[in-house]
Design a protein around this ligand. Structure first.
Ligand code: AMP
Ligand code: ZN
Length: 664
């Protein structure tokens, strides 16, 4: 046998032992023998570096040090999940599904593992990269660290596709967490708070050999890629298992929402015996064609739903309430609590939302209250322990003036929130608005942070976001902790933001209720700020998905003399107030007012591309055929029932080329 063959054989053997031990939990060799063989392979590889392989089992021990993790754009976006909390939430979800899907829907129920999500890419059976979720569009390249996790296969077995991404969760089982903490305590270090944060922190350790020492596990649940011949979620889990992945066998196929609910009830109890944390169940439509028809919202797939288990609850004393003023002037009461441990973290504050909620709960200072922690970071007050209420306690009186600028608060009819109407003179509003303006999803001004904004306002250097564009280096240098270099970065960051496209500028303005998606819609519809600024409530509500609340807020915004003045300054500063030529060229209104159903498979375009083409040209995609549908874009392999229905409803059929001609 040549050296190369010996190396290959050892790699192969160790890979198998590893899989048997970590994934199948069924070792066929002693630890000692395993270590011997690993050592032998390491020595051989070191002596013959020409046969080294980035995916050899010897790479598990780590060693690579990453100073800065490279940012990588995901080939396929990593979405979030919508949440539900009751059986009726799930039933509502199913009713929504049935608007798009005719016939039966089966579901796969999986546990929702509480860790750090990861997307791992395999090409020709070899692990090529592993990227954290990040913001869903791009994440950090943590490949070296992921390779040290024994349940992540470096090479696959069986009949796998040439290229795909697999998604899963990196978790730190309780036992390993405890062990890690005991070691830390022994070294006099602070113990870690909870397994989830420790797992995600581990992925960002610079030294991969440190990661190798942590008993992390990778649980996989989703395969993503182009042209994969897979029909269902159920099948994809089986396939992934066959290729050597660690797919928990707790997943179950359910044929009705009732069965889904049985699964949830069963696991709400049984999960307490699992070696790692779970915070719910993820329910997924099983059939991948159905999934495709359902598609995604801006944040999450429509075909999946997380069910959150009831959270842990403790009681503690409400010591006081403080009122915060947000960037829109909204007042948020915050409860200050006697510190208490809840689900692994120390809780000192809870949000109370608004006056109505305080009234409804009849919360009083000094009360003993029940606090619960769901998925959100800030815990909630659920109720008051009336048995412990002091006799002399008095009802809480909500504030009537702004805690910052003392202006009398207002509350619009039908709204729960109180507002401070002092738009231009209330400091937290002024600061909050500028902080929103510079934030990453808005103008993304490099070199300028929230604290500096506060400082600039407090020092009287700026009083609105347009003032940023008149700032001079000499003005900001005297600020605390402002070095020459950082002052320069700040100025050049502001300069660079002049290139930010119109839709983001619109979002950055901080018009109430105009979030990212609405800003995009408005930019696309009105093309420039002039057209938008003279639009009426009626014009606005005629735009798809714009409601009265948004429309009124937009009209209000442009009705303010001060806002118009600030906008003029921004315009003279050279910001983008018009949709770029590039975006414009992709748009037409040829299909305005028409609705389309897409069915079957197509030759020159994919279904998502078709959908985009329809929407870019002003048309609308609807889920199923009705008398209001104008066209059915019919591909190959379309079901006969669809054809009959279209015929009966007198809907015009379009072949692929006919449709493409239509928008030419
Ligand atoms: P959330 O962060 O609350 O929006 O929930 C979405 C996250 O749940 C995903 O990004 C995954 O990291 C995680 N997750 C855990 N288990 C599963 C599962 N079985 N299927 C899908 N996502 C899961
Ligand atoms: Zn105020």
């Amino acid at each position: 046998m040549t050296i190369k063959d010996t190396i290959l054989k050892l790699q192969e053997e160790l890979r198998r032992y590893n899989y048997e031990y970590y994934v199948l939990d069924n070792a066929s060799i002693s630890d000692f023998d395993f270590d011997q063989k690993l050592k032998e392979l390491q020595d051989l590889e070191n002596a013959h570096p020409e046969f080294k392989d980035a995916n050899s089992p010897t790479q598990r021990v780590g060693g690579a040090v990453t100073k800065n993790f490279e940012t990588v754009v995901h080939d396929h976006r990593m979405y979030s999940l919508d949440n539900s909390y009751s059986k009726s939430d799930l039933q509502d979800w199913e009713s929504r599904l049935k608007k798009t899907i005719e016939g039966n829907i089966s579901y796969v129920c999986e546990l929702k593992y509480d860790g750090a999500s990861i997307s791992i890419t395999y090409e020709n059976g070899a692990l090529v990269k592993a990227v954290t979720r990040g913001d869903g569009f791009q994440g950090d390249n943590v490949t070296a660290n992921i390779k040290t996790i024994p349940t992540v296969p470096l090479k696959l077995k069986g009949d796998y596709p040439a290229k795909f991404d697999i998604r899963g969760e990196i978790v730190l089982p309780f036992k390993g967490f405890e062990k890690l903490n005991n070691e830390r305590i022994a070294l006099g270090e602070e113990p870690y708070r909870n397994p989830r944060n420790t797992a995600s922190g581990s992925l960002k350790l610079q030294d991969s050999s440190e990661v190798a020492k942590r008993p992390l596990e990778c649980l996989l649940y989703n395969i993503t890629g182009r042209k994969l011949d897979i029909k269902s979620q159920d099948e994809s889990l089986d396939l992934a298992r066959n290729w050597g992945f660690n797919v928990p066998d707790t997943a179950k196929l359910c044929v009705s929402i009732d069965e889904v609910f049985d699964f949830i009830n069963e696991w709400d109890e049984k999960r307490k015996e699992l070696p790692y944390e779970t915070d719910g169940v993820v329910v997924k439509v099983n059939d991948l064609d159905q999934q495709e028809m359902l598609g995604f919202t801006a944040k999450a797939p429509r075909w999946a739903m997380a069910y959150k288990f009831k959270a842990e609850r403790v009681s503690t004393k409400l010591e006081s309430i403080t009122y915060q003023v947000g960037r829109t002037g909204a007042i948020t009461p915050v409860a200050n609590l006697k510190a208490v441990e809840l689900a692994g973290t120390v809780v000192r504050r809870a949000s109370l939302h608004n006056a109505d909620q305080i009234e409804k709960l009849d919360i009083r200072i000094g009360d003993e209250v029940f606090v619960e922690k769901g998925g959100e970071i800030i815990p909630k007050i659920i109720s008051v322990d009336l048995t412990k209420r002091a006799i002399e306690s008095v009802s809480l009186v909500y504030i009537s003036n702004c805690p910052e600028c003392h202006t009398p608060l207002t509350r619009a009819e039908g709204e729960a929130q109180h507002y401070c109407p002092n738009y231009n003179g209330c400091q937290p509003q002024v600061i909050g608005r500028i902080q929103h303006f510079i934030s990453r999803k808005a103008m993304d001004i490099d070199g300028l942070g929230g604290e500096t904004v506060a400082l600039l306002v407090e020092e009287g250097l700026i009083s609105n976001y347009a003032d940023l564009y008149t700032l001079k280096k000499e003005q900001i240098l005297p600020l605390e902790r402002m070095a020459d270099k950082s002052a320069e970065n700040l100025i050049s960051g502001i300069e660079a933001s002049k290139e930010i496209p119109f839709e983001r500028v619109l979002f950055a303005l901080g018009i109430r209720f105009v979030g990212e998606t609405v800003a995009k819609k408005l930019a696309k519809h009105y093309i420039n700020i002039e057209a938008l600024s003279v639009s009426t409530v009626d014009d606005l509500v005629a735009v798809d998905e714009i409601g009265v609340r948004i429309a009124e807020s937009v009209v209000d915004f442009f009705g303010s003399v001060e806002n118009v003045r600030v906008l003029d300054c921004l315009k003279s500063a050279g910001l983008q107030f018009e949709l770029s030529q590039e975006k414009l060229s992709g748009l037409s209104s040829k299909l305005e007012g028409l609705s389309f159903v897409i069915s079957g498979v197509f030759e020159s375009v994919s279904r998502p591309e078709l959908k985009e083409l329809v929407e870019k040209n002003g048309g609308k995609i609807v889920g199923s055929l009705s008398s209001k549908t104008n066209y059915l874009i019919a591909g190959e392999k379309m079901g006969p029932s669809k054809l009959q229905k279209a015929d009966k409803l007198n809907i015009t059929l379009l072949k692929e080329v006919e449709f493409l001609d239509m928008i030419k």
